[in-house]
Ligand binder design. Structure first.
Ligand code: DGY
Length: 336
């Protein structure tokens, strides 16, 4: 029997590549702007879609490919049944369009929760205690010549944390904050029955109540610029902002202004609008710690995420329910 046809929207880690080729007839979308022919191995994305699009039943994607799995791409794949995303965040997929078309979207929750929570706490410590600047001071040979690195302005000892988005990862961050002796508050769509942390209905109210904000909400239209000039103003001059969510959840121009003018003290950022490119003004800020989106990026966790992608797609090939469909596209059978 012929293998079902699968489209990868870009290069995938070996664990996914190997795992999928056993079950699927795999094709990789060429980079945008490429010109050439299939025979020369330089086919354009448009030509590939015209050639194999009608046969594609499954898509494997991830934010790292830079490709949006939007209505236009879905329209070019009329037989599409399942989209598996490498990542818990699926803001690069139009899930409303997928739901309308009866396509199941699956992501990689749980397997990365602790890794991303660790990253958030690492970034918080680096930012509060100026660790990357202190290391650069040592590496530049300044310790012996100029004396001890200066005392950090901030300390975790007198801080309180507000978490924007108390989902699985938010709760893992909250547990770590509690272990550090930090009082925790949160904001979200509604109060959660299974936690005792103080609830705030909106980010401005949360920012007023704390001096350290950690954002870990999903990206997308609903949360765009949810951290804006008003929130940063409310956080105040002692304020520290940590973002392990998506670059789009913060108004980056307002953040750069707040860091430059002392409206807040410092920021630690793992995510940026337009990454891997980002606003170069961030590089001019002494009070920002910048990481290249390493939230879940350990070999162990990425292998677990990759395996879950493979397992979700294998479930489709074997007519079994997907392991981790997203809430917007609940599974009700594979149809046809
Ligand atoms: C995800 O999986 O969406 C996160 O960005 C991991 O860093």
């Amino acid at each position: 029997m012929a293998k079902p046809v699968l489209l990868m929207t870009g290069p995938m880690p070996p664990i996914i590549d190997r795992g999928l080729r056993q079950t699927f007839d795999c094709h990789q979308l060429p980079p945008k702007g490429r010109t050439g022919t299939a025979a020369a191995g330089t086919e354009t994305p448009e030509a590939l879609l015209a050639r194999i699009g009608p046969a594609v039943e499954a898509v494997c994607t991830g934010g790292h490919t830079g490709v949006k799995t939007d209505e236009a791409l879905m329209a070019a794949l009329p037989g599409l049944k399942v989209i598996a995303n490498l990542g818990v965040g699926y803001d690069s997929i139009d899930v409303a369009a997928a739901a309308r078309r009866g396509i199941v979207v699956a992501n990689t929750p749980d397997v990365l929760t602790d890794e991303v929570a660790d990253t958030a706490l690492g970034l918080l410590l680096m930012t509060v205690r100026e660790m990357s600047k202190a290391e650069a001071y040592l590496r530049a040979g300044r310790w012996a010549k100029e004396g001890d690195y200066r005392l950090s302005t901030a300390s975790l000892r007198d801080r309180s944390v507000g978490i924007i988005g108390l989902g699985r990862i938010g709760k893992a961050i909250a547990r770590r904050c509690e272990a550090f002796g930090l009082p925790v508050s949160y904001c979200g769509r509604r109060p959660q029955a299974d936690v005792t942390y103080a609830y705030h209905a909106d980010p401005v109210s949360l920012a007023k109540a704390v001096d350290t904000l950690i954002a870990v909400i999903p990206g997308g239209a609903e949360t765009r610029n949810i951290v804006d000039a008003q929130v940063l103003e409310a956080l105040g001059p002692r304020g520290i902002f940590i973002n392990v969510a998506r670059g789009t959840i913060v108004d980056e121009a307002a953040l750069i202004d707040a860091l430059r003018t002392g409206k807040i003290l410092a920021a630690g950022l793992d995510v940026f609008v337009g990454e891997p490119s980002f606003n170069p003004n961030f590089l001019t800020l002494e009070n920002a710690v910048l990481l290249p989106h390493i939230g879940s990026a350990s070999i162990l966790t990425r292998e677990r995420m990759g395996q879950l992608v493979v397992d979700n797609l294998a479930a489709y090939a074997n007519r079994k329910p997907p392991l981790s469909p997203v809430a917007e596209t609940p599974f009700s059978g594979w149809g046809g």
